[in-house]
Design a protein around this ligand. Structure first.
Ligand code: FES
Length: 70
């Protein structure tokens, strides 16, 4: 079974429950979920109106499609 999860955020969510900020991944590309690891820089290269499908490692775009829901 496989699923495609739609993430449109390109930056992490900042929370400050302690004495220093914690960044929670909102783009879905992190290798250290739920924490941001900087992988969101790839999401910033995505073009509006395109649906990007990443490989299993979430590091390479393997397919792009028109995004009719955009
Ligand atoms: S927001 Fe996902 S890796 Fe930073």
């Amino acid at each position: 079974m496989a699923r495609m999860i739609r993430h449109e955020a390109c930056d992490p969510i900042k929370i400050e429950p302690q004495d220093k900020p914690i960044f929670i991944c909102a783009c879905g590309l992190t290798q250290n979920f739920p924490y941001c690891d900087g992988s969101h820089s790839a999401a910033r290269r995505e073009q509006a109106g395109r649906l990007c499908i990443y490989d299993k490692t979430r590091t390479e775009v393997v397919e792009e499609r028109d995004d009719s829901d955009a």
